[in-house]
Design a protein around this ligand. Structure first.
Ligand SMILES: Cc1ncc(COP(=O)(O)O)c(C=O)c1O
Length: 370
């Protein structure tokens, strides 16, 4: 009988042991305090500030609501320069705030916003730049800061992929006016669902805390048109457990990335991640490969791996400016480099517990494609 192949998904959540989590949640039963900024919420916020080396951080129910609400808190208007090479959330958060995204093309090397192309997009309606540290690769934060200062624009980084990564010894929280994180189950650090905003100006904390709780300031005063985006106690408990292990999980991811590189370096037509930059401490969140001049096109590679139950991901494809919901408004033709990459990229399975034999098998299959 033929040996059954075990499916390998593109990601797998990092989790504490069952015992660690159940011990952690027992006090939630004792107190019957399930949400609304309980003890675990406060404790996780404190620990994350320490981990990210920031004084200002507010937790959210997920990364998307963190982004929607920081845009609202900053009272942005008109146009926002952003990237289409991202997850739906970045563009949707801008549009759902009644603003117009203006798409800037990306740098072909690290896939983040190309700083040389930003200034040509600035008009008298531009109020902010929202770049994305894609795959945990830092944007050119120095150039973006210079441009923003010169034109008096706010900068909010979508740092959803960036937990644990650093640039020049600082976490993403140190750059821009604010940064949003996602703690979704698929991220390097997760709270099941979850997110946060890190920000520079302390006054923002009060506003963000009110916005995520319906704009309520106190029992008799509702000052902002807020929503409900509070992190609950179970999410925070998961976060406290996972934070104990996250550095070890990143280290395990590093081994996976190195094993991929050992196999795939030198294979014609593959553009692989490069970890050479001495200013950058990567978090190995994803393992993106651009198939450019490879024996087969990206879609065929996806199909071939899937036929062996290995599920890679076309991440990011399509570009957000090519989404059906934006048809007639935006187009990928405005961002040719992003379109080129989106048509050729696959993220291969990457998670802390991915076995070396599985990496070997994935690479063996890639190399046998004719
Ligand atoms: C780049 C980017 N921005 C924003 C988000 C939204 O985060 P969340 O899923 O926590 O709402 C994600 C999430 O997956 C993302 O990849």
């Amino acid at each position: 009988m033929e040996k059954q192949e075990k499916p390998i998904l593109v990601t797998r959540s990092s989790m504490p042991s069952f015992e660690e989590f159940t011990e952690m949640i027992r006090p939630i039963w004792d107190s019957a305090w399930l949400t609304n900024m309980g003890e675990y919420h406060q404790e996780l916020e404190r620990q994350l500030k320490e981990y990210m080396k920031t004084d200002n951080l507010v937790l959210f129910v997920n990364g998307h609501m963190a982004l929607e609400m920081v845009i609202q808190a900053m009272e942005l208007t008109g146009e926002v320069i952003t990237t289409p090479f991202t997850f739906a959330s970045t563009t949707h958060a801008i549009v759902r705030n009644g603003l117009t995204p203006v798409f800037c093309d990306i740098d072909p090397v690290n896939y983040t916003m190309d700083p040389d192309k930003i200034e040509a997009l600035i008009t008298d309606k531009t109020s902010a730049i929202i770049p994305v540290h894609v795959y945990g690769n830092f944007c050119d934060v120095e150039r973006i800061e210079q441009i923003a200062k010169k034109h008096n624009l706010k900068v909010i980084y979508d740092a959803a992929h960036t937990f644990g990564a650093e640039y020049k010894g600082k976490s993403a929280a140190a750059y821009g006016d604010a940064s949003i994180y996602s703690f979704h189950a698929t991220k390097v650090f997760n709270t099941i669902e979850g997110g946060a905003v890190a920000f520079g100006e302390p006054w923002m904390g009060h506003r963000l805390n009110c916005l995520k709780n319906f704009g309520i300031v106190d029992q008799e005063h509702v000052v902002w048109v807020g929503g409900n985006a509070k992190m609950n106690e179970f999410q925070a408990a998961m976060g406290i457990c996972n934070l104990r292990h996250v550095d070890g999980e990143i280290e395990k991811r590093r081994h996976v990335a190195e094993r991929y590189l050992e196999h795939l370096e030198g294979v014609k037509g593959l553009k692989l991640p490069s970890y050479d930059n001495p200013d950058w401490k990567p978090n190995y969140a994803y393992f993106p490969v651009v198939f450019d001049g490879f024996v087969a096109g990206r879609d065929l590679v996806w199909d071939y791996l899937a036929s062996h139950k290995i599920y890679s991901r076309k991440y990011f494809y399509p570009l957000t400016n090519e989404f059906q919901c934006y048809q007639g408004r935006f187009s990928g033709e405005q961002t040719p480099v992003a379109k080129y990459v989106a048509d050729r990229v696959l993220t291969l399975p990457m998670y802390a517990d991915l076995a070396m034999e599985d990496v070997d098998r994935i690479c063996g299959l890639l190399k046998e494609i004719k």
